[in-house]
Design a protein around this ligand. Structure first.
Ligand SMILES: O=C([O-])CC(=O)C(=O)O
Ligand SMILES: [Mg+2]
Length: 583
């Protein structure tokens, strides 16, 4: 994603124009241009011959570094910095200077760097976004752009955008309304599109829809980058979103994917319903999180030795993630041969007013929650609820830190040989319990996953590996498939296909260590396998428009992946060999 107005690599043609000779380059673009365009820049990796041919002599110090050494230097710099915000800023600057190196290092060191460019650090980044704002990335659309969104999208320098992640900043992770500061989320999600699934960066566009904020702290923050007014709602908001959707596909094509991220609860459900059958769109917090949660639950069955429908699921929280997961569980149980009614009866939900039961006097049961009302006495205390309902699977998705208390965890361990406990809220300090608490209070018997990463926990001499039940396992692979198959709508079933594909990649040795998800070091391969299964489904269901249908989906998808090799952006056909500088 170049920020400049100059032409940048578009993934399909030789970046250097028609002569096809990368040694000569485009004669109008010389010297400093190659250091200022993050797509072309190789930093100290420019060979002697390239430096000669491109007019770079003297603009770089004489040393030539190989990619390995460049990556090593990045890692040393990261280790040298003490706080995670500084590490984030260092990596963002790298992305703006040398895009290939940024992605290469993110791909090679995903375990180490993902928590910096993504959850949990990205939460802190959004809180501080206005203060640390430097080089812009993505498109900021404000309500004042209503009526001209198509034109504003035209200011984006890339023409082949195939995927947008959009937020309106109303519910950033579990942190609430962060207004325009929410831009950190689309930027982070799209970095993972590329690093985790190989979606070429020039095909991605982060968007923030700034309709104001109700966060008083931001409204009075002198540095705040967004519009200083309360959130626009109602008709004006709806028209704005509708105009954005139309403008996006008019500008980038009908099969441009639009991923909704971190919208407030009500709008998230409403907009998904409104747009699901008209655009290539999904809501990551409802459907992506559901998919990763169901994948974890499917994998857990191999440990608990239960069928899916033999479980009792209790959700703490009845928002986007909880309802999305509950719906997908019902779909999965139906595929196991259980009736919808029976499947629904296995699912219990707790919201801010307690257990969701019929005729609840305190009310607050929206249309979406109503599907999961149970015939039961109304209980309000989570501990009592866990004691009474006796869930086999306890899922936290309410952004209430520590709500899974010691006694709740102990009760789960009393009632189940292998209790399944998911603390899905993000970032880390919103988690319903820590990994250490979960393992300690269940005497190491629980099967645990969390939305934000936790380090392995050692109790006595046993080490436990918490799973990261984060939608990052799902959205990059789903995105790769839908982009490359050219779909116009995305069916809910896609997320069950993806969940099963993910669960099937968990190996016996992972399960033996309590890992519910494949290790992150294999994530690129995992994402391609998920994408291949999704692509298969899209063709079988007649939803893929790309012709001809590729026989080998994995090979096809791999051929579309960005590999972060400098050669892709420059010496495509005639690699330039480094012979050292002539002094
Ligand atoms: O961003 C993440 O880490 C997962 C997610 O979608 C959320 O918590 O809203
Ligand atoms: Mg989200």
């Amino acid at each position: 994603m170049g920020q400049s107005n100059q032409k940048v690599y578009d993934g399909s043609v030789d970046h250097f124009g028609s002569n096809g000779d990368p040694c000569c380059g485009d004669s109008s673009k010389r010297g400093i241009y190659y250091l200022r365009d993050p797509v072309l820049c190789k930093g100290l990796k420019f060979s002697a011959q390239e430096r000669e041919n491109l007019g770079l002599r003297g603009l770089l110090p004489p040393s030539i570094r190989c990619l390995e050494s460049q990556m090593q230097a990045v890692i040393e710099n990261i280790d040298r910095l003490e706080d995670s915000l500084s590490k984030y800023m260092y990596l963002r600057q790298l992305q703006d200077y040398n895009q290939n190196l940024f992605f290469k290092v993110l791909m090679e060191h995903t375990d180490k760097l993902m928590p910096i460019v993504y959850t949990p650090t990205v939460g802190l980044v959004c809180i501080k976004y206005s203060l640390i704002f430097q080089r812009p990335r993505g498109i900021f659309l404000t309500i004042q752009d209503a009526g001209r969104i198509y034109d504003v999208l035209g200011n984006w320098p890339e023409k082949e955008v195939r995927a947008i992640v959009v937020t309106d900043g109303e519910r950033i992770l579990g942190l609430g309304d962060l207004g325009a500061n929410g831009m950190g989320i689309p930027v982070g999600k799209l970095a993972l599109y590329t690093a985790l699934a190989g979606v070429p960066p020039n095909k991605t566009l982060p968007v923030t829809l700034d309709v104001g904020t109700n966060n008083e702290k931001l409204l009075s923050d002198p540095y705040y980058i967004g519009m200083r007014h309360k959130r626009i709602r109602g008709r004006e908001y709806d028209d704005f979103i509708e105009e954005f959707m139309e403008a996006a596909i008019k500008r980038f094509g009908r099969s441009c994917l639009i991923q909704f991220e971190d919208f407030g609860n009500e709008n998230a459900f409403r907009l998904l319903k409104k747009f699901q059958e008209r655009y290539s769109t999904f809501n990551d917090d409802i459907q992506g999180t559901a998919s990763v949660a169901v994948a974890g639950i499917l994998a857990s069955l191999k440990i608990t030795d239960l069928k899916l429908s033999q479980n009792v699921f209790l959700f703490q929280g009845a928002g986007e993630a909880a309802l999305g997961t509950a719906d997908l569980l019902v779909m999965a149980m139906e595929q196991e041969g259980v009736s919808r009614v029976e499947a629904t009866r296995r699912i219990w939900m707790v919201d801010s007013k307690g257990l969701i039961v019929k005729n609840r006097e305190t009310g607050g049961i929206t249309e979406h929650k109503a599907r999961f009302t149970q015939e039961h006495e109304h209980l309000t205390n989570l501990e009592d609820i866990v004691k009474t309902i006796k869930p086999t699977v306890l899922i936290g998705a309410s952004a209430q830190k520590g709500v899974f208390s010691e006694s709740i965890l102990r009760t789960m361990a009393e009632n189940n040989e292998r209790p399944v406990i998911f603390a899905l809220s993000n970032p880390t300090d919103k988690a319903e319990c820590t990994a250490e608490q979960a393992y300690t209070f269940t005497e190491g018997r629980c099967v645990f996953a969390s939305g934000s990463p936790f380090d392995p926990v050692t109790i006595e001499d046993q080490t436990f590996y918490p799973g990261q039940g984060n939608n990052a396992y799902i959205f990059p692979g789903v995105a790769l498939a839908v982009i490359e198959c050219g779909v116009h709508t995305i069916a809910d079933q896609v997320f069950l296909v993806a969940a099963k594909a993910l669960a099937n990649q968990v190996k016996q040795e992972d399960l033996e260590e309590g890992r519910l998800y494949p290790p992150l070091k294999n994530i690129r391969d995992v994402s391609v396998q998920i994408a291949a299964k999704v692509a298969q489904f899209l063709y079988v269901e007649g939803m893929a428009t790309r012709r001809p249908e590729p026989d080998d989906k994995v090979a096809f998808l791999r051929s579309k992946q960005y590999t972060a090799d400098y050669e892709m952006a420059t010496s495509h056909r005639h690699p330039v060999t480094s012979k050292g500088l002539h002094h």
